[in-house]
Design a binder for this molecule. Structure first.
Ligand SMILES: Cc1ncc(COP(=O)(O)O)c(C=O)c1O
Length: 426
């Protein structure tokens, strides 16, 4: 994959088109404004997730003039005063409120977003920023794309939820559009990315028992170290990151891990355990790990090994898919057609959580009525948004544009001669 971006870029040119994504550069560039007190946290690989070295929390500087308002807004002074949630809040007030009332499972940069459009976001004080992170790849179409917002608004005025106890007139259209776009016979709808991961793991085990005839209770899933698949027990059980697992034990059984980009490791594991392995799951490019592109040929060889051992090859394209790397799917760079593809993030155009498992019928059919489901999965609002998100990606040429601008960004980054910029080309 020689042409892959340094970052997974989705750079576009119109106001509603997005930008290069580069985690570390974003951390450098997102310097605090005068209005936002506190220090930029250089948080390592997962921007906003955590900082490897504990650093002081941003200390919002609240002037005396705003102190009373802050106290009221955050409920520190007048606990009984009704909270006017519509009131204007400064960046400092927002940060203080979140610190006080929300779980500290993220470590955000001290920048508050109040509105966003295309590549740009604005803080409450009106300062404009470029978004270099794209909500971890969920806003490939740009923030608040008007066609996606319009599709959502129209559907909102009509009907939002049927549950799958009934048919709704939007979901089947979305399923067909997904099938036509990605060339899989069937889709399983879900909401967040990790739900697609869970769905795929369950499907793989069931397929393993029913189709591959793995002895009951012995199905194995192989994952690749450093790949990120989400935060449920199923997903963290496949992780090699001690932070993801520590304190949450016991992990689910039935997982085996191999080194990423090590075809020998996969080969020997399959040789030894292949008969009981239902699936191998991998990110075609590691996203959260810091954007690691595997050696050219790795995905193809892995898919081939899976075929030889009758193991499902699952590509987690939740971050790499939907144009993020300059192709519809990152697997396309090696001409690989995974048995199962997972989509999420940008499938919802940055406005609604939508995810999906794609597979052909001989695999998907292991799900029968009552074996798996989701109240909101396949809801008409999601379907309307999903269709618009796909249409924008393909009709506005965003995928080719991401490729072209990824090249441009890489060239320009290489040319920067600054002690503040380090460029790693993978
Ligand atoms: C490759 C990959 N898979 C799964 C997930 C989980 O998605 P979500 O956070 O929507 O559950 C992520 C999220 O970052 C991801 O990058």
């Amino acid at each position: 994959m020689p042409l892959m971006c340094v970052c997974m870029c989705s750079i576009q040119t119109t106001p509603h088109q997005t930008k290069p994504k580069m985690f570390r550069l974003a951390q450098r560039l997102l310097r605090p404004t005068a209005a936002v007190a506190g220090r930029v946290q250089h948080g390592g690989r997962n921007v906003g997730m955590r900082a490897p070295n504990p650093q002081p929390k941003p200390q919002p500087q609240v002037s005396t003039a705003t102190a009373t308002a802050t106290a009221t807004a955050t409920g520190t002074a007048t606990a009984t005063a009704p909270f006017d949630y519509r009131q204007k809040l400064s960046s400092a007030q927002v940060i203080e409120m979140e610190e006080k009332y929300a779980a500290h499972n993220y470590h955000p940069l001290p920048v508050v977003w109040e509105r966003a459009s295309g590549v740009h976001v604005w803080d409450p004080e009106g300062k404009r920023y470029y978004d270099f992170l794209s909500a971890y790849s969920a806003t490939n179409q740009g923030h608040c794309h008007p066609r996606i917002v319009q599709a959502m608004t129209e559907q909102l005025g009509k009907m939002t939820l049927s549950s799958r106890a009934f048919y709704n007139d939007a979901f089947p259209r979305f399923a067909k559009m997904v099938s036509d776009t990605f060339h899989y016979e069937s889709m399983l709808p879900a909401n967040t990315g990790v739900e697609a991961v869970e769905g795929a793991l369950k499907m793989a085990r069931k397929w393993g028992y029913e189709k591959k005839r793995i002895p009951a209770g012995q199905a194995l899933i192989i994952s690749a170290c450093g790949c990120f698949h989400g935060r449920t027990f199923g997903a963290i059980s496949m992780s090699c990151d001690p932070d993801a697992q520590s304190g949450f034990e016991p992990m689910l059984p039935g997982n085996m891990k191999v080194a990423f980009d090590d075809i020998g490791a996969l080969e020997s594991t399959l040789k030894q355990h292949g008969r009981n392995v239902a699936a191998f799951i991998v990110e075609p490019i590691q996203g959260e790990a810091g954007v690691y592109v595997p050696t050219q040929g790795y995905l193809k060889a892995a898919a081939e090994l899976c075929k030889q051992h009758n193991v499902l090859f699952i590509a987690d394209e939740i971050q790499t898919g939907l144009g993020r790397t300059g192709r519809l799917l990152a697997s396309d760079y090696e001409g690989v057609r995974p048995d199962v593809v997972l989509l999420g993030k940008a499938l919802g155009g940055g406005v609604y959580p939508i995810s999906a498992v794609l597979a052909d019928k001989h695999i998907m059919e292991v799900f029968t009525a009552g074996t798996h489901g989701s109240t909101f999965g396949g809801n008409p609002l999601a379907a309307a948004v999903g269709m618009a998100s796909l249409e924008v990606l393909t009709k506005e040429g965003l995928i080719d544009n991401a490729y072209m601008l990824g090249e441009h960004l890489r060239t320009q980054l290489r040319a920067i001669n600054s002690p503040f910029v380090k460029v790693r080309i993978t």
